[in-house]
Ligand binder design. Sequence first.
Ligand SMILES: *Cc1c(COP(=O)(O)O)cnc(C)c1O
Length: 388
Amino acid sequence: MLPFIRSDLAQFTAYKPHPSSGTAQPVSSQTQLDRLDTNESPYDLPPELKEKLAWTYQQVIETNRYPDGGHEELKNAIAEYINESASLGTSVFTTANISVGNGSDELIRSILIASCLGEGSILVANPTFSMYAILAQVLSIPVVQVTRNEANFEIDLTAAQTAIEQTQNPPIRAVFVVHPNSPTANALTTAELAWLRSLPEHILVVIDEAYFEFSQTTLVNELSHRPNWVILRTFSKAFRLAAMRVGYCIAHPELITIIEKVRLPYNLPSFSITSALVALQNRKLLLNSISQTLSERAKLIETLSQQPELQVWDSATNFIYLRLKQNHSHPQDAALKNLNQKLKANGTLIREISGGLRITVGTPQENIRTLTRLQAALTGLKSEQLTQ
Ligand SMILES: *Cc1c(COP(=O)(O)O)cnc(C)c1O
């Protein structure tokens, strides 16, 4: 233990970006892995956009110069996209409502610094996106956790309300929700929304719409009369730019001013800014693949629901969540690990999380392999359990 390091960081478990670097190896190093563990788009940028970006890199970007630290052009393009996708007038959201970050992860951290650092706790409902709690812990911000209904993953609102009323030293200053949630793929319900709307204005409500392009449900329409709400979005999923690390948030201008004070001056590399601009200019082309993802999702859910061992939930996004039905003679976690490892050994990476499996919808070919490999793994699991 280094004597100059905060003692709480020694115990702390960091986010494991690719749990795939674990034990089982794919059959051969030649095998192309199906990477269905991080909810990215299965499609790289089309070649013509890559060429355009390569040209920009060669002809326009001066690598010796700092990037545009004000992000005006990108914010303008984002505002236009937000207004268009929410069917709002062209000037409802402007650059004053937007801040961009090095992935939405950076914005989550800025929001935590701006609202809670040294003064407040956050509330999350598990299972949910782990980065909220991880980033809070790094900043020594206490995390209050409530659970969700095991049948439909709705937040335990009674527990959440009690936590808001009773948490002291420090009190809850921010509530984090994903809409739709990860890993459970459910959108916020009417009751959950009513509860979020009922929260007092001294509590910040962070609504993470990372999967907006798949769910097509957004709460941006409510932002104008909710100064304590902030919506997070990202280019890492539907826009196919996970490698570029660009996220943005939408909120009341006063809150945006504070978030802008907290961020690092040149947080986005020039190439990332350009990539996001090109993606937005070509959004029709890029978002074209979404309808295929949604029909592939329906096929996956339908087929997997026919497996008697599995409980599969509906999904409002580009991944599905499932669990093994209760089988009291066998521990769930061991069985899930077994399935996950069998899939990995055959070349499909998925995510074992919160007592279930989260599977990203991939290309049609990947999804066929997912089904074949998962069915084979289930058969293997059953015969292993019978011979035990
Ligand atoms: C993938 C994801 C993000 C995106 O994070 P970036 O830092 O923008 O890549 C944000 N929130 C949730 C819930 C996600 O699943």
